[in-house]
Write a new protein. Structure first.
Length: 319
């Protein structure tokens, strides 16, 4: 049994490998659904007032979706890869193939947008299926005959009565039945819209993947290899970046303090001067020092410019 479980687990790991995007999207959707339920339970309370219901309902329906869309763009590394340094004064002016460049940018934007839309579309679909926001927003616009056209009231009074329908305690007893019919009608419309949104999104995503696969220059297995290569390359690059920057920074720290962190049998330490402390303190932007290199920090700038001198203190001496 143990051996069977051990062979079953690698199969699942193999199946999930390369599907990180799908898994991430599923997690985002689940978290959005949970957040929407909590958000509705603790914060949503329809004002049941003419003119305010629509604004309130649409604000709770659209504003969180817009915020989630912006957050989706901001949390995607491809967004910053696309925009970082585009308008830098140090950016060299090159003349690449403009058509190819535009196609690449459109492809990356489409990928980023697809990932960013997961949370807002989930929010809209769940809120529409729930129906509470939609009922609050459009209750006052339901045709008057749904609650009894024979009532001798003005049009403004009609709207006031309809606007109060989401709040059962504000509805007169004689209109209770009419209120239930209106609420059922609006929930039906909202849920149909929610399911239609889900169907349109699912079909659109499926067709997009089909078209992308049809026009792909790679075969199925070659595409899987390319995806695996890009994933592994990024992991190795991140590891090398961390180690390289750590070793590079260690040289500058050693020059300033006279020893490197983690060193054993340190014989002496360097005592920086007041001028040197001021030189590495404060705020600084990325600084270009020549055609190919930058200074990344004030300590980096000091280490490249200043010679190693100053006061040293042996650690076995009494300061």
């Amino acid at each position: 049994i143990v051996r069977a479980k051990m062979t079953f687990l690698p199969k699942w790991l193999t199946f999930l490998k390369g599907k990180e995007v799908v898994i991430a999207n599923a997690i985002i959707a689940i978290l959005t659904i949970g957040g929407q339920q909590l958000f509705s339970f603790f914060t949503f309370s329809c004002p049941c007032h003419v003119g305010q219901n629509l604004i309130y309902g649409l604000a709770f329906l659209g504003a969180p979706a817009l915020i989630l869309l912006v957050v989706g763009y901001a949390l995607n590394n491809q967004t910053w890869r696309l925009v970082t340094g585009r308008r830098s004064p140090f950016q060299e002016q090159t003349t690449p193939n403009q058509l190819l460049q535009c196609k690449l940018i459109c492809f990356v934007l489409s990928s980023i947008t697809g990932r960013a839309l997961v949370a807002p579309v989930t929010w809209l679909a769940v809120t529409l299926i729930n129906g509470s926001y939609y009922v609050c927003a459009v209750s006052e616009y339901v045709p008057v005959h749904y609650y009894g056209a024979n009532l001798n009231v003005t049009t403004s009074e009609h709207r006031r009565i309809l606007a109060a329908f989401p709040c059962s305690q504000l509805v007169p007893p004689e209109l209770t039945q009419a209120r239930e019919e209106v609420i059922l009608l609006l929930r039906y419309q909202s849920q149909v819209a929610g399911w239609l949104l889900i169907a349109v999104v699912v079909i659109t995503v499926f067709l997009s993947y089909c078209l992308a696969s049809c026009f792909s220059p790679l075969s199925f297995l070659h595409f899987r290899y390319w995806s695996s290569y890009v994933h592994n390359e990024q992991e190795l690059f991140d590891e090398a970046t961390d180690q390289h920057s750590r070793l590079y920074a260690m040289q500058h720290v050693r020059k300033f303090f006279g020893f490197a962190p983690g060193s054993e049998n340190v014989k002496e330490i360097r005592i920086p001067s007041l001028k040197e402390w001021k030189a590495i303190s404060g705020l600084a932007f990325l600084k270009r020092v020549d055609e190919e290199h930058y200074d990344y920090s004030l300590l980096h700038d000091w280490a490249l410019k200043e010679s190693v001198n100053g006061k040293y203190l042996k650690i076995d001496e009494d300061p």
